[in-house]
Write a protein that binds this ligand. Structure first.
Ligand SMILES: [Mg+2]
Length: 365
C-alpha cells in the first residue's frame, strides 16, 4: 500500500492568498514567466475549467501521442488556430477524449452522486461502467486503456462488492515499481476540486485511495497526493509562486518523483531544466515524467492555451500529460480562459457540460 509523506503541508496551503490582476485576456507567451495568478474565477468556474481542461487537452494530445524514440521533425506541431485532429490510432473523430477524460468524468460523477463524499464503491461502479459498457467514453466503448487499469478493472469486475479483499488482489498484482504508470494521476483532479474546504490531509488520503484502485504503487499515490494539494491550492486562489514554493517544501516520499522535481529550484528553472526540451517524447506513460511535463507547461506559460500547446507538442504520452496539465491549468485560469473552439469541438459535449456544471456546484458548497 502507499506510504504517507511525513511532511504536513496543510499549514502552508492555508496561509494567506495573493491574487493579482483580474484580467482574463491571455498575455503573449513567454518562456521565462513567473506569473502570479492572473485571474480570480469563481470556484464553480475553476471546477468547470478543470473538467473541460482535462477533456480538451486529452483530445488535443490523443492524435499526436508518440513513443520515446519519436523523431520530432516528423511531427507537425498543433497550433491554436487549427481545430482538433482525428484520433486515427483509435479511429475516433476529432474532439474525442480518451481514458483520461472518461475516468475523470466517472470519478467526478461519483462525487456528484454522493453529494461531495468519496465512496469507493460508487467510484468502482462508475469505473466498471466505463470499462465494460463504455459509459463516460467519447465512443460507444472504452479505449486507450492502460495495462494496470485493465488488470485492476478485471479484478474489480470479477467481484460483486468493493471489498478490502479485492483491493488486496489488486495490490498483489500491481503494487510494484514497474506498474508506476500515470493512469490514476490523469483522472484525479475532481478530488481537489470537491475537497478543497476540508483538511488537506483528508483530500490527499482520498487522492491516494482512488489511486490504489488501479495504481497502488506508492509513486502513483505520491503523485496524486501532490497534484491534489496543488489543485486545492489553486481553489484557494494561490499564485504560481506560492504553488511553486509549496512543491519545493513538499516532502515527496518516492525517490524517483523527488529526483524529477528537485532539479527545479526556481519557477524560471522550469524553462531551462526540463529534459523534454532536448528529448522529444520525454514524457512516457510513467507517472513521474507525466507530472513533470504537465508542470512544465503550467510554470513556463501564463495562459491556458500556450501551456496546453507546449505539453501536447512535447511528444510522448501527450493525451495524459495534456489531461494532467489541463486539470490544473483549467482550475487556475478558469473555464472562460479555455479557447471556445476547443470547448465546442469536444465529443459528448452534453455529458461534459452536465458533469462540469454539477461539479461546479459541489465546489461551491
Ligand atoms: Mg488516454
Amino acid at each position: 500500500m502507499a506510504s504517507s509523506p511525513t511532511h504536513d503541508p496543510s499549514t502552508s496551503l492555508h496561509a494567506g492568498t495573493s491574487l493579482s490582476s483580474t484580467s482574463k485576456t491571455p498575455a503573449p507567451p513567454t518562456d521565462n514567466a513567473a506569473p502570479l495568478n492572473p485571474a480570480s474565477p469563481t470556484l464553480a468556474e475553476r471546477a468547470r475549467g478543470a473538467i473541460y481542461g482535462v477533456c480538451c487537452c486529452d483530445a488535443l494530445g490523443a492524435p499526436v501521442m508518440t513513443d520515446f524514440t519519436a523523431d520530432k521533425t516528423k511531427h507537425k506541431p498543433i497550433t491554436l488556430a487549427e481545430n482538433y485532429r482525428p484520433v486515427t490510432l483509435f479511429n475516433a473523430p476529432p474532439g474525442s477524449f480518451t481514458d483520461d477524460g472518461s475516468m475523470t468524468l466517472a470519478l467526478a460523477t461519483s462525487f456528484i452522486a454522493d453529494n461531495g463524499k468519496y465512496s469507493r464503491s460508487t467510484v468502482i461502479e462508475n469505473f466498471k461502467a466505463w470499462y465494460f459498457d463504455g459509459k463516460y467514453s467519447s465512443l460507444d466503448y472504452a479505449f486507450d486503456i492502460g495495462g494496470s487499469t485493465s488488470t485492476a478493472m478485471r479484478t474489480w469486475g470479477e467481484r460483486v462488492d468493493a471489498s478490502d479483499q479485492t483491493q488486496e488482489k489488486v495490490d498483489e498484482a500491481l503494487n510494484i515499481e514497474r506498474c508506476s504508470g500515470n493512469g490514476s494521476l490523469m483522472r484525479c483532479v475532481p478530488v481537489g476540486l470537491v475537497m478543497h474546504t476540508r483538511p488537506l490531509k483528508e483530500a490527499q488520503r482520498v487522492a491516494r485511495e482512488q489511486s490504489d484502485l488501479t495504481h497502488p504503487y506508492s509513486r502513483c499515490a505520491d503523485a496524486c497526493s501532490l497534484y491534489t494539494a496543488l489543485v486545492v491550492g489553486v481553489m484557494k486562489g494561490k499564485s504560481k509562486q506560492e504553488l511553486f514554493d509549496f512543491i519545493s517544501d513538499f516532502d515527496i516520499s518516492d525517490r524517483c518523483l523527488r529526483k524529477n522535481i528537485a532539479k527545479y529550484t526556481t519557477i524560471a528553472s522550469w524553462a531551462t531544466n526540463y529534459p523534454g526540451l532536448n528529448h522529444y517524447g520525454y514524457c512516457g506513460g510513467e507517472v513521474a515524467t507525466t507530472l513533470e511535463t504537465a508542470l512544465f507547461g503550467f510554470f513556463t506559460t501564463d495562459n491556458f492555451a500556450d501551456g496546453a500547446l507546449k505539453v501536447v507538442n512535447s511528444g510522448g504520452d501527450t493525451d495524459t500529460a495534456g489531461a494532467v496539465y489541463g486539470g490544473l491549468a483549467g482550475a487556475f485560469y478558469g473555464y472562460d480562459a479555455i479557447p471556445d473552439h476547443w470547448v465546442k469541438g469536444l465529443q459528448r459535449s452534453d455529458l461534459i457540460k452536465d458533469v462540469a456544471s454539477k461539479l461546479g456546484k459541489l465546489a461551491e458548497m
